[in-house]
Design a protein. Sequence first.
Length: 387
Amino acid sequence: MDTIVVVGGGAAGVAAAEALRAQGFTGSLTLVCGEPELPYDRPPLSKQVLLGTWEPDRARFRPAAHYIDKGIRLVHGLAHALDLTERAVELADGYQLRYDGLIIATGVRPRVLPAGHDLAGVHVLRGLADVAALRSAFAAAGRIVIVGAGFLGMEVAACARALGLEVTVVDPLPQPMIRQVGPLVGAAVADVHRSQGVVVRTGIGVSGLVGADGVVAGVALADGSVLPASCVLVAIGAVPETEWLAGSGLAVGNGVECDEFLRAASGVYAAGDVASWVSPRYRRRMRVEHRMNATEMGGTAAKNLLAEAAGTDLEPFDPVPYFWSDQYKVKIQVHGELSAEAEVTIEEGTVADGKFVAMFRHDGVPAAVLGWNSAARVIGYRKQLLG
Ligand SMILES: Cc1cc2nc3c(=O)[nH]c(=O)nc-3n(C[C@H](O)[C@H](O)[C@H](O)COP(=O)(O)OP(=O)(O)OC[C@H]3O[C@@H](n4cnc5c(N)ncnc54)[C@H](O)[C@@H]3O)c2cc1C
């Protein structure tokens, strides 16, 4: 294998490129970056960078010299098409990149509301440009309405509150972050935000955005009322960046469909938020939008691409998923997979004390463990998920 192209310069793409070098690949290696800048990390964007405690540059994975040292050629541009037969990626400007091996790591983009997204004052948060726009809006606006109470919406709520804004969060589900942490911990998340002065409106849907003269004026709710707003963050999830693969012949459903080795086709692997794979552990197809998963997938995709070329055994991708969220002084860490229906028990500490470990079980079998300001303790429970 002489030439490898990695498309997508996020956590998964950078991890894949570095792993290829670490595994001894010495051929030509190109990392196609969709953004016109050095690759950067996303979790700090809704935390330190939004708060202003980090300069945006601090979120970059590596300085430019690192990529030169490793022989990783950064090409800035958007992949536009993939030709599996010719083994070529075409960029939007027509530039063609031939490959022997390909890793797809194009991530996701924010989902938007069906109407009103173009109104001035409406924001999403995915990249550095978004965080700069949001910070300017914070400086001008006294209040913000956040549509969507997932971890992103709640992290932004915490930052906006810390910066002195009036904050309302609205979501149709009964508790914030219910899909990620279940109803009991979701209620604790709501309580923390309410104690900080955030208005948490759960259990009510958003019917649209209201604007005047091209500028947002409010968020219309399903009950017919309107929350006035000059700044709105829409944080209602994300969709995989797969349009450029249309017509390529790759199976694309909820993301690029890979087998348990992250292989999408011969010599083609996918990693990170864009990739779904068949999990041996959970015996189903999964797609995970978490930071640690992106790095781990990048590493495994790189290893398996080289193993396929060498004719050696491929390694199944079989992690226990992990994510964290920081809100005010609360650090939430979740290992495993939980659904809102899981039985939950508090194993240590109490919700009232603001320090606890919760175990989630499905039919009595440990499925996930959550630490709330309990980083050291939660690790001890993680091994129960491996049985
Ligand atoms: C604000 C924010 C905060 C987060 N906080 C946490 C957290 O606290 N904990 C946690 O576990 N996870 C968190 N996440 C999730 C985590 O950051 C992601 O799971 C991770 O970044 C995924 O990495 P990725 O490389 O798969 O995708 P991305 O980081 O999205 O990178 C994909 C790259 O591909 C590029 N691209 C897209 N289309 C094309 C194309 N056609 N051609 C070329 N390039 C293209 C994009 O520009 C992007 O640079 C957060 C995410 C966000 C947005």
